[in-house]
Design a protein around this ligand. Sequence first.
Ligand code: MGD
Ligand code: MGD
Ligand code: SF4
Ligand code: MO
Length: 673
Amino acid sequence: MATEKTIIRTTCPRDCYDACGIAVVKAEDGRVKILGDPDHPVARGALCGKCAIAYNGAFLDPERRLTQPLRRRGPKGSGDFVAISWAEALGEIAARWRDIADRHGAGTIWHAHYTGTCSLLAGGFPQRFFNRLGAGEIEPDSICNAAGHEALDLTLGLSDCGFDPRTAASAASLFVWGANPSASAPHRHKHWLKESPGKVVVIDPVRHETAAAADLHLQLFPGSDAALAFALLHILDRAGKLDRRFIADHVLGWDEIAPAIARANPAWASAATGLDPADIERAAQLYGAGPALIWLGQGLQRQPQGGNIFRAIAMLPAATGNFSKPGAGLLFLNGARHRGIDGDYLEAAHLRKDSKPRLSHMDLAGHLENPEAARAFVTWNINVAASNPEQRRLRQGLEREDLFHVAIDSFATDTVDCADIVLPAASFLEFDDLVLSYFDLTLSPQIAALPPMGEALPNQEIFRRLAQAMDFRDPELFESDAAMLDRLCRQAGLADFAELRARGTIPHRAEIGIQFPDLRFPTPSGKIEIASERAQMRGYPRLPQSAPDPRPQPGKLRLLSPASPWLMNSSYHADPGIARKLGPERLILNAREAARRRIASGDRLLVGNATGSLIMIAEIADILPDGTALAHKSRWPKLDPQRANVNALNPGAKADMAESSAIHGIEIEIAHA
Ligand SMILES: Nc1nc2c(c(=O)[nH]1)N[C@H]1C(S)=C(S)[C@@H](COP(=O)(O)OP(=O)(O)OC[C@H]3O[C@@H](n4cnc5c(=O)[nH]c(N)nc54)[C@H](O)[C@@H]3O)O[C@H]1N2
Ligand SMILES: Nc1nc2c(c(=O)[nH]1)N[C@H]1C(S)=C(S)[C@@H](COP(=O)(O)OP(=O)(O)OC[C@H]3O[C@@H](n4cnc5c(=O)[nH]c(N)nc54)[C@H](O)[C@@H]3O)O[C@H]1N2
Ligand code: SF4
Ligand SMILES: [Mo]
């Protein structure tokens, strides 16, 4: 018998390029199905595999969700809690924070957060509270992409205004450089890349599905991309494909870099990168064949020289005039401010009275060892115990008895297990918000489809209640969701949130955007700065450098730990369906490396370095260059008997810029376990 169904359309707010439209289908009997919205331009009726499982599994399962405030009962880190009321939880937190702030300064209260949800209110509003409190902040982007931001900012004057993806219709070629859309942007892999008329070139050490489907895959050694960029410029110059007029008018420092480009011939680059010179020639030919797009992956800049690599690659559009016309440009990500959103309003930056104490995620583990500098810790939208470097050392810091730790999450992560007080966060299915894809230049509504589970609350409401418990009076801390959503929609050029709710995902502008249309670059010189005085002042080289990273010492392997297709960072591992897909922690090697070490698929390996060691199961797949290995990032440590994941091997080395993660630069040794 057919039952009446209600369909509510909303948007996936994960840290994902896609920002899929979702249809929440509610049957009369109360059953709920979370599906891809068939009418949504990106989703086209299908969620990715991971969300199809987790949104219909753990997200709807009160046994797996956090549904009540909790207070620690067992030893720190035990995950042993008792349920308490919101009033008790808020009262206790406020009393502790007030005491710490009065006696030691609010700067000894630290918060770490990232992109557990990327919707604007749930991701941004809590900052108002921390600004008012005067708390220290673990620099959010230092765990992910700060090096790339700094490098592009030095070169182009900004990093968050990439090409409009719709312009791919006019591109002769599309370079996917150090990103893996088949895992991290599945709908771009499935639709956008396939439907783009231009040739697709993938530059990646890993032959992932997007690489395998490309017209050309350059499988270079990790950390050698700057050498490749110099060689592409060398060949383009030789073929007369540089835009001299554009360089003269809009580029600073070409004369200074030209000698290094002249030296970067294909034979040299072949030795530096491990690529066939003919493939380098072919890639240059494709880049020079017409308007060209470069999609700069986030994985790419998580190399020890990630900032330099970005500066080197950004010379390509600069030297060929690949800006200010359809089908041309470069994209790292598209930020919300270019759709009118005022970040200072969202986060009420003016509520901060003193300068903000800041620290890189790379230094978090060491910082938590200092009981005077770090007295309290708040984690929200983040799972540091899974995602951060120096995992075992960090765990010890998190287990410090005298560190007063409040964790806010929807699931009982390893980080949550270490808290003193846990506050349950509502899921995106349970509140209204705004989602701005960081790829497409669109606006999307997140619409409450279900009531909050148990006593869970959206981040916004949690921080309004914390503000009240702290007796803060500033009206910004109590603004309602409805008022903020209307205001943000107006900033983006809409009448109000009701308009967005009615229209669903819409482009910010109807016409296809052109990158740097007036060729004014917000650098000090107004030009693209290949030679950068600002870089020099910050202690970086004046010019991009061409040298690749040294290869690992004999016997060692370079370990990549990119995104898994079955996880969203560490999110979703709580779902048993996802856990089955993941299986045990595996280390992928190519057949030659495996044979050399007499390793067979399924062997138990002891994988280690100076930071730590981990048992992993060998998997042989010819998707990697010699000298490298791969283990996917961010499994839940507590679901492994070793209570650790690949970040137990991560020393937290900083990239060359912005004290940002150099996670893809780790070296390991392996032996049979
Ligand atoms: N080895 C290795 N490690 C890596 C990386 C790598 O490439 N290799 N990549 C790094 C990168 S790029 C990143 S961005 C980080 C990401 O690392 P994290 O930011 O730690 O990401 P998640 O592990 O997904 O943790 C997000 C948490 O937010 C919670 N959450 C979701 N929605 C909400 C909400 O509305 N409210 C609250 N309060 N919580 C919510 C989720 O349940 C989840 O536990 O990991 C880094 N770690
Ligand atoms: N399914 C899924 N999707 C996700 C995430 C997830 O965890 N799972 N995480 C989200 C987040 S937080 C982020 S930041 C993005 C990350 O998504 P991506 O930008 O795709 O980043 P990664 O997965 O870290 O790495 C992408 C590719 O960079 C390559 N790479 C590593 N080193 C080098 C190098 O030296 N040179 C070149 N050319 N390539 C290199 C890796 O081999 C990998 O294939 O994905 C988001 N989407
Ligand atoms: S995580 Fe990405 S691919 Fe999956 S449903 Fe959400 S937006 Fe779509
Ligand atoms: Mo990230």
